[in-house]
Design a protein around this ligand. Structure first.
Ligand code: NAI
Ligand code: MN
Ligand code: ZN
Length: 337
């Protein structure tokens, strides 16, 4: 089988590897589509602190179960599945409170262990979720990115009367817009980005107002309209944004953050406590696959609106370069295996 391997930072090779065999409790997936994510690019460049090399990257993938390990029901062979990349121990404190995504022994498929940019991949059987026929093969790998939005919104509990502000109209910002609109019915969703093409995508994904903050800050533009968001989500994740998010937020607002920057940001206690802001962080997802599969099959979210490119797996280098360098033309880039 062929696998896309980052042998060491900066070195991507398509290797021929011996066929994987599923261990006890695992399934083997014949991969058909996989999505490229910012974190794949980070592993490629050596900017992901969790990655070990060599690594088969890819954590957003879809395929068919074609073999099962000992202890797994053989009737699962043939199932169309998407894979939850979160592998957890099941017994530590976070696991015991339903938060396997921050398990103390967390292993992320495609980061800590080999992933889905490959003809075949293996995963624990319980991480393979069957998708209904109403979700086409080409869109099924989009379940994972929407689980990120599902996870953060589960903390934030959006309501129709919220005024939501999202920083960033990349894949993460767009999935959040769709979930706020399509699932929670939030009436006013405002999105800020610096790239006009991305703002246009934000509108197409349901944003009510798309603000370009390249020359004029979000703070100024909201003040001119007398708007105080009650829900703010940072899906751009520059360390400077948290401070602005807290400053523009209404008293009693909820603020959600998803960034992993190691740089400090400067925020005062006063700016948070005086408005009694609730601050939530969210990492990956905790058992959100069934929920997102349901949203997708009910048409509450529209993954096709994010997919701008689909390329053959062997063109992975070109695909990753396009994804990284051309944020104007690209949103989600899929690989076909
Ligand atoms: P992306 O880079 O495609 O999109 C970010 C967008 O934010 C870009 O369109 C950029 O123009 C915009 N932006 C940057 N600075 C801005 C600013 N100051 N104001 C307004 N817009 C600004 O990235 P993607 O894939 O959408 O991911 C966004 C972030 O989410 C990344 O930092 C990533 O690490 C993080 N992430 C977090 C996850 C989690 O579970 N916590 C999971 C996946 C991604
Ligand atoms: Mn991802
Ligand atoms: Zn655990």
């Amino acid at each position: 089988m062929k696998s896309i391997v980052i042998q060491q930072p900066g070195k991507l090779v398509i290797e021929t590897r011996p066929m994987l065999q599923p261990a006890p409790g695992e399934v083997r997936i014949k991969v058909s589509y996989a999505g490229i994510c910012g974190s794949d690019v980070h592993i490629y460049h050596g900017h992901n602190p969790f990655a070990k090399y060599p690594r088969v990257i890819g954590h957003e993938f879809f395929g068919h179960i074609d073999s099962v390990g000992e202890g797994v029901d053989p009737s699962r062979i043939g199932e169309r599945v998407v894979i939850d990349p979160v592998v957890s121990c099941g017994h530590c404190y976070p696991c015991s409170v339903g938060r396997p995504n921050v398990c103390s022994e967390l292993q992320v498929i495609g980061v800590h262990r080999d992933g889905g940019f490959s003809d075949y991949a293996v995963a624990p059987a319980q991480n393979a979720y069957q998708v209904p026929d109403s979700i086409p093969d080409q869109l099924a790998s989009m379940v994972e990115p929407f689980t990120i939005a599902a996870n953060i919104t589960a903390f934030l509990k959006p309501t129709p009367t919220d005024t939501a502000l999202i920083f960033g109209a990349g894949p993460m910002g767009l999935t959040v817009i769709q979930v706020l609109k399509g699932v929670y019915g939030v009436q006013k969703v405002i999105v800020a980005d610096r790239i006009e093409e991305r703002l246009q995508m934000a509108r197409e994904n349901g944003a009510d107002w798309a603000i370009n903050n390249q020359h004029k800050s979000v703070t100024e533009q909201l003040a001119a309209e007398n708007i105080r968001p009650t829900l703010v989500i940072d899906a751009a994740c520059h360390p400077s944004i948290l401070q602005e998010a807290i400053n523009v937020a209404s008293p009693a607002a909820r603020v959600g953050m998803m960034g992993f920057s190691g740089e400090a940001c400067s925020i005062t206690q006063q700016s948070i406590t005086s408005k009694e802001i609730s601050l939530f962080s969210s990492r990956l997802n905790s058992h959100r696959f069934p929920q997102v599969i349901e949203w997708m099959s009910e048409g509450k979210i529209s993954p096709e609106k994010l997919v701008t490119h689909c390329m053959p797996g062997e063109d992975v280098e070109a695909a990753m370069t396009l994804f990284e360098k051309d944020q104007r033309a690209c949103c989600k880039v899929l690989l076909k295996f």
